[in-house]
Design a protein around this ligand. Sequence first.
Ligand SMILES: [Zn+2]
Length: 128
Amino acid sequence: MAAVGQRDTAPELVVRRMLHGLGYRYRLHRRDLPGSPDLVFPVRQKVIFVHGCFWHGHTCPKGALPKTRLDYWKPKIEKNKRRDVKVLAQLRKNGWRAATVWECELADALKLKRRLVRFLDRYQSLQK
Ligand SMILES: [Zn+2]
């Protein structure tokens, strides 16, 4: 299970390899951007976050809160979720488009690939 803020997690490396293999070039963890996104596509003005389902409270089985120590986990996960929402709003405000990849999505690599290509290539004609 990858902790929040941890770099170069296994799911992140899978996404990086996937996009690199498709010919996309990106920068990593730009600290000058809100949330220090995992992958940054400066010319496209797009970013991708790769989130662990548990730590970011995804609405999938992996994202379910544990049955024990709920009083410990719940505020922690809620805080992360609030931060994610805030970061996405800040990025949008600054003209960036963001996509979130959930760890569980890696199970269907083809579907994920299609989604990311759609995300990265969309609106390209409108870019300067
Ligand atoms: Zn999930």
